[in-house]
Write a protein that binds this ligand. Structure first.
Ligand code: TMP
Length: 223
């Protein structure tokens, strides 16, 4: 037996992180042993690789180097965190995974679906998410949202709009090719509506057992 592996994907500013926090809270209230990670990053070494990727000038890496750095970060996270957690029957929620490399490096940078798929196969082996939520948002709106954020991690936001439109096309293609694993989330909905949609899908797929009985799943308060 092994735990469930759920990934969250989408372009810039689509609200994935908020939804991961919401889902994690609800699942923990259901008594599920859960770990959350982000990519690139998640281990000390992978966080060092992350800094190389998300900071600095957009043109600092060639697309191929970028794809390999993403994969190096992923390989470290899989070996040290994701596989041990799943083998221990724990659940994993991951903010981005191999679909991001298809969308960003495969489509955004034009390396192509098939080439990145080969690289992903080498990196992840047989590990596939059980379920992937793909947040859909017009990239113009997403970039407007991220422009309000502060910090140094803006390398991808500085690629031109055509890059981000291609990323969006990439995600559409991933959805088309993986209609069972992937579920689209309309990121224009408000936070609560999205959280309910996501939790309902997870419940439907994995049949979560409510250990705490009745009450409000979100707050843990008795109704
Ligand atoms: P984040 O903003 O969601 O934390 O992700 C960091 C950036 O890394 C984001 O702009 C997308 C990019 N990225 C890729 O280009 N390829 C990948 O494989 C991953 C995991 C992220």
């Amino acid at each position: 037996m092994k735990g469930s592996f759920i990934t969250f994907e989408g372009g810039e500013g689509s609200g994935k992180s908020t939804q991961i926090d919401r889902l994690a809270r609800r699942l923990r209230l259901s008594g599920i042993d859960l770990a959350t990670y982000r990519e690139p990053g998640g281990t000390p070494g992978a966080e060092e690789i992350r800094a190389l990727l998300v900071q600095g000038e957009p043109g600092r890496w060639t697309p191929k180097t970028e794809a390999l750095l993403m994969s190096a970060s992923r390989a470290d996270l899989i070996t040290r965190c994701i596989l041990p957690q799943l083998e221990n029957n724990g659940w994993v929620l991951c903010d981005r995974f191999s679909d991001s490399t298809i969308a960003y490096q495969g489509f955004g940078h034009g390396l192509g679906y098939e080439l990145v798929e080969q690289l992903n196969a080498f990196t992840v082996g047989s590990l596939l998410p059980d379920l992937t939520f793909i947040f859909q948002l017009n990239p113009e709106i997403g970039l407007e949202r991220t422009a309000l954020r502060e910090g140094k991690e803006d390398r991808y936001e500085r690629f031109d709009i055509e890059f981000h439109r291609n990323v969006e096309r990439g995600y559409a293609e991933i959805l088309k090719r993986n209609p069972t694993r992937c579920v689209a989330v309309d990121a224009l909905h408000d936070i609560d509506t999205m959280a309910d949609f996501i939790f309902a899908e997870v419940e439907r797929r994995f049949g979560i057992f409510q250990e705490s009985g009745g009450g409000n799943q979100e707050t843990g308060e008795l109704s």
